[in-house]
Design a protein around this ligand. Structure first.
Ligand SMILES: N#Cc1ccc(Nc2nc(N)cc(-n3cnc(CCO)c3)n2)cc1
Length: 281
């Protein structure tokens, strides 16, 4: 395998000028092979903003060049780099593990933001297919004492579920909805509701992965015997999670119902009793 792990980093400062539609930068490609770092100088060619409309031909040319090789032809290392906005605090699961205790209202705020992102996707009839705390990025940590609240962004779903091998799907239990295991090519909106339930569970369990440590056989049995995740002592929350994780897709709540139930959770006295930050005196 040529390069197991390849990270591009390029410094905007080393702009080498302009092509006709492109800007070019000097960068370095870092490969780690047999535990050694190999740094290769690269040139990064970026389609400039006002020519985004011809990116197909830009990529076509690049992919053509990357498929052939000749000593007098330029080597194109790759074009499959997704460039995302860098989100300040990274993935939510790691944040929750690092942070330990965040307040119940902080968690409900994050849950509501995810629910509104799902509501938006539902209105567009778009199924995400990979809702989990790992794919929630924390743009703003939020600080109760400063009165600022957290702000999350849902990451891309990654490779389509239908393209993944069965073991990968099994390993995604309990985030992947049971019906998806049998027909991963027929993704319906309801499967995001199931994953929302599993993500709520992560959110209220310090970011730990549900069913962690179970092997694939036991994970499959969990579905085959219609099991539910260990429920929270907060019964209204446990109810919402089990409604979302209903084995009958049609019985799962709509996004509007999820948002309504989250709003009533926010007003419940459980929040006051379990505020992680000291109560205002
Ligand atoms: N310490 C630290 C730290 C790490 C990362 C970021 N920022 C950032 N920005 C993004 N656009 C995507 C991600 N990201 C993280 N894990 C995944 C894979 C699962 O989705 C994606 N992280 C900020 C701080």
């Amino acid at each position: 395998v040529y390069s197991l792990y390849c990270m591009y980093n390029f410094c905007q400062s080393e702009s080498l000028g302009q092509g006709s539609f492109t800007r070019i930068f000097k960068g370095s490609k870092i490969d780690i092979r047999d535990g050694e770092r190999h740094v290769t100088d690269v040139l990064l060619k970026e389609l400039d903003a006002n020519h985004k409309n011809c990116w197909e031909s830009f990529f076509e040319a690049a992919s053509l060049m990357s498929q052939i090789s000749h000593k007098h032809l330029l080597l194109v290392y790759g074009i499959n780099v997704m460039v995302q906005e860098f989100i300040k605090c990274g993935a939510l699961d790691l944040f929750l593990k690092r942070e330990g205790s965040v307040s119940v209202s902080w968690k409900l705020d994050v849950a509501k933001q995810l629910a509104s992102a799902l509501n938006f996707l539902e209105e567009k009839n778009i199924t995400h297919g990979n809702i989990c705390a790992k794919n929630l990025l924390l743009a703003r940590e939020g600080d109760a004492s400063q009165g600022s609240s957290p702000f999350i962004k849902l990451s891309d779903p990654g490779i389509n579920l239908a393209m993944l091998g069965r073991d990968v799907l099994l390993d995604r239990i309990p985030w992947v909805a049971p019906e998806v295991l049998e027909a991963p090519e027929r993704l319906e909106l309801e499967c995001d509701k199931w994953s929302f339930g599993a993500t709520l569970w992560e959110l209220f369990n310090g970011g730990q992965a549900p069913l962690q440590g179970l092997d694939l056989e036991r994970k499959l049995q969990f579905y085959e015997t219609y099991k539910q995740l260990p429920s929270s002592e907060w019964t209204e929350l446990a109810d919402l999670i089990s409604q979302c994780m209903n084995y009958q897709p049609a019985f799962r709540p709509s996004c509007r119902s999820i948002i309504r139930q989250l709003n009533s959770l926010i007003t419940s006295d459980y929040v006051i009793l379990h505020a992680a930050e000291p109560l205002p005196d």
